[in-house]
Write a protein that binds this ligand. Structure first.
Ligand code: CUA
Length: 182
């Protein structure tokens, strides 16, 4: 017997020629690896572009040593920029958030800006995709529309010292019409 690979009827390369001597078992693992890469690429693309999960960029840079003396950070909190549109400036510091409570009517869209005058913190609002790192010297920004009535606690999710667990606050999303009727 010769070792020459057999040719098919129409002179097509045989299966063993096509495989370039790669073990079928290994070939399946290569297919699996490529399929996983494609899957991850699709997953990241869909979550990033269709669902809006983005790494927050530096909205702007600030000097952490005097950020709290300059507006708007000297008076953090909620500002209404037009009906249903708000800006919230939140200071994350050891070991509290200022403000500790944000109350908005249901359906409001809020541009949330967060910065830190001291060290690295996190800002995550429960049951939303608002999740940011807060880095001294930078302003992190995310925009979110609160379509559900309820209380949405925000927490620091970056360990920042002994008071880390005490760093929290709450977004209260209220129904304005029900408040009037009370
Ligand atoms: Cu701030 Cu943990």
């Amino acid at each position: 017997m010769t070792a020459t690979p057999e040719r098919g009827d129409a002179g097509q390369p045989s299966e063993s020629e096509l495989s370039m001597g790669i073990d079928p078992y290994e070939r399946n693992w290569m297919r699996f690896s490529v399929a996983m890469l494609v899957l991850f690429f699709v997953t990241v693309s869909v979550s990033g572009f269709a669902l809006g999960f983005q790494v927050n960029g530096a909205e702007s840079e600030v000097d952490p040593r005097n950020v709290l003396e300059t507006e708007p950070w000297a008076s953090p909190g909620l500002r209404e920029i037009s009906p249903g549109q708000y800006e919230a400036y939140v200071v994350a510091q050891t070991w509290s958030f200022v403000p500790r409570e944000i109350e908005i009517p249901v359906g409001s869209t809020v541009d949330i800006y967060v910065t830190s005058p001291d060290l690295q913190h996190g800002f995550k609002i429960t049951d939303t995709n608002v999740n940011m790192m807060v880095v001294p010297g930078q302003v992190s920004k995310m925009t979110f529309t609160f379509d559900n009535v309820g209380e949405f606690p925000y927490i620091c999710h970056e360990y920042c010292g002994k008071g880390h667990a005490a760093m929290y606050g709450v977004v209260k999303v209220v129904n304005p019409t029900s408040e009037v009727s009370e």
